[in-house]
Write a protein that binds this ligand. Structure first.
Ligand code: SIN
Length: 518
């Protein structure tokens, strides 16, 4: 199979990119790969919203820039921050034009506030912003005849010069596994886009869906694409302690923006002692303090007291949280919500330029799998959907332009070699995959979580390496499956993340090694 552009991952960034290219250039063929149902991914679960300066009477782009830089602990790329914040309104207006609904108050967009923001600027749709965006973009993408969608297909590896034996240092598409037939398809592409999200599944407790296994990151690592900042894993301070149908459930920071208070088992508002911004301090500070409180007290959670928010407001503004809590016997606003921090967002990833192109020609990365320089050491709340919109737009313009350049002919892509990994000796159900996946999650949570130490990282490195060797053996001996692909990516990224963490000797943003405590 060949296509002009191969887009791997169907969250806000992949879909926005595809829509933009398809609208602008109907002659360009696009193929979209989704690991599960097209709607399943991190975007769908984003509750909070998109940070955009809308109220110019009070807010300004300068303030949003400053908040982003403060949250990033002085490590953001100021040029990138500036253009992302300045382009925000145009990108939001497009999303609205495409049919996305956002909450309104007196005909204006209703703006919320979250941790680290000095003004109200979060555009949202109840507590279902991501779901709303995902559904609108999915419907739109399905309306284009030049877009082919392959659901339930997983990225195996990028096709590079290593496979083509040419000397161009380019990406030529990818090998993809169909989950139903477990067949590996070669997709030759002039341009490949990774919009595969982060790797929250490396941790035992994560707000991410199980599909977030860092597939694009793993494939990029194997293709020697430049990557940075993987140890900057952001933990969201408030996930519901109780899992809902095996899944961790996020309690959006917007609840604290509406007046929710954090209390320990002694009912103390502990954040007030730590930071003048209290519950609305940047989330690295809040997550660390919650973790400390949990370690100090008997209960393994702290309480989010939402009693200042009226029941009417809970129901209209946070209906998913209201109903989910009710389903497990927590009646809002009367009952406090037991919360814990959970792995939430990868601030680092594949290094890209201002057009989202990676160090490998023909390979772009957009969304959470990329490292654009916007987030630095700690992402400001609700800046991720914004980053996805701005960089997918820029990548789309750049890709349309570069498709007009002198690229190899179709026959070159047709002649790329087929996948050569069919030479396996075993074809058994691999029980070990789930066991190894859980072991890896335990190691990452214990040694490479919110608090790290030099010794812990060293132990993690050895243990991850042992798992890596076992995964390599499984990979070489067995028929490839979706689960094995995921585990192969997870273990590679866990290893790289731990190695990069060992190099960091100064704590910044979400990164905290107790041996270097300030
Ligand atoms: C939240 O709603 O608290 C999460 C939003 C984000 O991660 O930016």
């Amino acid at each position: 199979m060949t296509t002009d552009i191969l887009v791997i991952g169907t969250g806000i960034s992949g879909l926005t990119f595809a829509i933009k290219v398809a609208e602008e250039s109907p002659e360009i063929s696009l193929t979209l790969i989704s690991k599960g149902d097209i709607n399943e991914g991190n975007t769908r679960y984003a509750q909070g919203g998109i940070a955009v300066v809308r109220n110019l009477k009070k807010d300004s782009t300068e303030k949003h820039i400053k908040d982003t830089m403060i949250a990033g602990d002085g490590t953001c790329n100021s040029k990138v921050v500036k253009f992302v914040v300045e382009e925000a309104n145009k990108r939001l207006d497009e999303l609205i034009k495409w049919g996305t609904a956002f909450d309104k108050k007196e005909e204006q967009l209703d703006l919320g506030i979250e941790g680290g923001h000095s003004e109200k600027r979060i555009v949202h749709y109840k507590d279902q912003t991501g779901k709303q965006i995902q559904e609108v973009l999915t419907a739109k993408v399905k309306s284009f005849s030049n877009i082919t969608i392959l659901e339930n297909h997983t990225l195996v590896d990028l096709i590079t010069d290593h496979h083509s034996r040419s000397k161009m240092n380019r990406c030529y598409g990818a090998y993809i596994i169909s989950q139903e037939e477990e067949e590996i398809i070669k997709i030759g592409a002039k341009i490949t886009i990774l919009s595969t999200g982060g790797a929250g599944s490396l941790y035992a407790y994560t707000t991410n869906p199980t599909v977030a296994t860092g597939d694009g990151l793993g494939a990029a690592y194997r293709a020697k694409v430049q990557m940075d900042g993987l140890p900057f894993v952001q933990f969201h301070p408030t996930a519901l302690r109780d899992k809902i149908e095996q899944n961790v459930f996020l309690i959006t920071e917007a609840v604290r923006g509406e007046g929710g208070k954090l209390r320990n088992s002694l009912q103390e508002r502990f954040m007030l002692k730590i930071d003048s911004r209290g519950e609305l301090a940047p989330r690295d500070i809040v997550a660390r303090e919650i973790q400390k409180q949990i370690e100090k007290q008997k209960e393994n959670f702290v309480l989010l007291d939402g009693s200042e928010i009226s029941e009417k407001r809970w129901k209209s503004h946070f209906p998913t949280i209201y109903n989910t809590c009710k389903s497990i016997g927590i009646f809002l606003p009367k009952d406090p919500i037991p919360v814990v921090p959970a792995a939430h967002y990868f601030c680092g990833g594949i290094i890209v330029n201002h057009q989202s192109e990676s160090s490998l020609k023909g390979l772009y990365a957009i969304g959470e799998c990329s490292a654009t320089g916007l987030h630095g050491a700690n992402r400001l709340a609700s800046n991720s959907l914004l980053e996805a919109l701005v960089f997918s737009h820029r990548a789309a313009i750049d890709c349309i332009k570069s498709l007009n350049q002198n690229l190899p002919s179709k026959s070159f892509y047709d002649k790329l070699p087929e996948w050569n990994g069919y030479d396996y000796s075993k074809n058994t159900t691999i029980q070990n995959v789930q066991v190894l996946r859980e072991q890896l999650q335990q190691i990452m949570t214990k040694y490479v979580g919110i608090f790290k130490t030099d010794n812990g990282l060293e132990r993690a490195e050895k243990k991850i390496n042992n798992i890596y060797l076992k995964v390599q053996k499984l990979y070489h001996e067995n028929k490839l499956t979706n689960g094995l692909c995921e585990l192969r990516n997870m273990v590679s990224i866990a290893y790289l993340l731990t190695k990069q963490a060992q190099e960091i000797k100064v704590n910044k943003g979400v990164f905290y090694n107790q041996n270097y405590a300030r």
